[in-house]
Write a protein that binds this ligand. Structure first.
Ligand code: HAM
Length: 423
């Protein structure tokens, strides 16, 4: 049985083949995401992976709707696997925002599903770090989010030479659009053309723009000017005050494909331009109102950072730590009559927080020793029955070959002390 195309198995390291996805890398990325989000005062939330189809067809935009994994459930409901977290979050906020002080700062690490054409950096499932703020109109919130995005990537070892945040504004594009076209129903189609322009054949973009009454030269001129709007200048000033200006550039090529964005928008890319977007986000001040049927009107903003491009980039830049199994202690069972006493000691060691393993069934001593080495155990622990004496414990530190014999009651404290010394 093969797994479905675009889905991943995550193996513990060492990996069975070079293209396998690493469960250790995933944990490393998740732990960093959580640590930095908490540093910024964000709280973790989650929602269901399966939602009503309507939630995503309302405002995500045609591109994401075309990529939905949707079906009818056994109760006849039209449902979809979540392709993104933002509609679920806006629904949750609309239902319960009163219970929370503003601004609300939340994060989640959902697995998302999009029936995309498989290509480098794009799969049919991915994990995404989502961080969002609700209830703050000031651009100070936009800058705070971008700072969180930058610091998350910095915490993984990436520098200004590795990535850049391309900062833009839907407001700027809205002004551009409305100064040249009065038919607001065409705005989303126009934004879609801009969103795809960098990857599209210029002749095709030109033709599409002309259809809507725009010219490619005019659009290019606006992009090349890269003059920050007053709002974007405030974001730049805020990030400069934190010493993060090197990570950011005004770039009106960015407009964001999703339909709900209303203000500042941004995307993170690797500097060399080898990979797809690492992250993207922006302000969406109308989504909560729309999804709550007008009951709750709360401005929102946020970003999503995927694990796929990020893992590829970290690997390419040599920024992934060396992973492998490690154990505090491996308990040998040389005398099977001492197995119950060994199990008792193992329980005490694990209760003390130590990582401990042992042979599940009677095993030859040389095989036990080999297993301890394979698992990179720092200490070998063996119970010994000496004539006319209580059971004793031998602790051998593999690196130094130092050995000590102790009463059972002292073994845990001793191993904890040895572990603290090697940390
Ligand atoms: P998005 O730009 O669609 O935004 O996705 C954000 C990031 O998720 C992308 O930059 C990319 O790293 C990753 N990603 C997206 N699709 C795939 C895929 N098929 N395979 C691998 N990685 C992928 C959103 O989803 C917005 N909801 C983000 C947001 C949160 N905006 C406000 N709050």
């Amino acid at each position: 049985m093969e797994r479905l195309p675009g889905f991943r198995d995550f193996y513990p390291e060492p990996l069975p083949h070079p293209d396998a996805w690493s469960a250790n890398v995933r944990t490393h990325i998740f732990e960093t995401w959580r640590t930095v989000a908490r540093r910024y005062g964000f709280q973790e939330y989650d929602g269901p992976p399966l939602e009503s189809l309507d939630l995503f067809t309302t405002k995500s935009g045609s591109e994401i709707v075309g990529q939905l994994y949707n079906f009818e459930d056994k109760g006849g409901r039209s449902v979809a696997l979540r392709p993104e977290m933002t509609p679920t979050l806006a629904r949750m906020i609309g239902a319960s925002e009163r219970a929370y002080k503003k601004p609300i700062k939340w994060f989640a690490l959902p697995q998302l599903f999009r029936y995309e054409r498989q290509q480098k950096g794009r799969l049919r499932e991915h994990f995404q770090f989502n961080a969002d703020i609700f209830g703050e109109n000031d651009v100070a919130a936009d800058a705070e989010l971008i700072a969180l995005l930058i610091d998350t990537l910095r915490a993984l070892g990436l520098t200004p030479e590795d990535f850049v945040i391309r900062l833009s504004s839907r407001n700027a594009w809205q002004d551009f659009f409305s100064s040249r076209c009065l038919d607001t129903t065409k705005a989303y189609d126009f934004y879609q053309i801009i969103d795809k322009m960098e990857r599209e054949d210029p002749a095709k973009s030109e033709a599409l723009l002309q259809n809507l009454g725009f010219s490619l030269v005019d659009v290019k001129h606006f992009i090349d000017s890269a003059v920050p709007t007053a709002e974007l200048q405030l974001v730049l000033n805020n990030l400069e005050a934190r010493g993060l200006a090197d990570f950011i550039r005004i770039d009106y090529n960015v407009i964001r494909g999703l339909a709900y964005y209303t203000g500042v928008v941004f995307e993170a890319f690797d500097r060399k331009g080898e990979f797809r977007a690492i992250a993207g986000g922006g302000r969406y001040n109308n989504l909560v109102k729309l999804l709550s049927g007008g009951k709750v009107d709360l401005p929102g903003l946020g970003f999503g950072m995927g694990d796929v491009v990020l893992a590829e980039l970290l690997k390419a830049r040599g920024l992934l730590p060396k992973f492998g199994v490690k154990l505090s202690a491996f308990c040998l069972v040389v005398d099977e009559t001492l197995r119950p006493a060994t199990l008792g000691l193992i329980q005490t060691l694990r209760d003390a927080g130590l990582e401990v393993d042992y042979p599940l069934v009677p095993t030859k001593p040389d095989k036990q020793f080999k297993r301890a080495q394979e698992l990179n155990a720092r200490h070998l622990v063996t119970l010994e029955r000496l004539v006319d004496q209580p059971i004793a414990v031998k602790v051998k530190t593999l690196k130094t070959r130092a050995e000590i014999h102790l009463p059972i009651a002292e073994a845990t404290a001793h191993i904890l002390k040895l572990e603290a010394e090697t940390r």
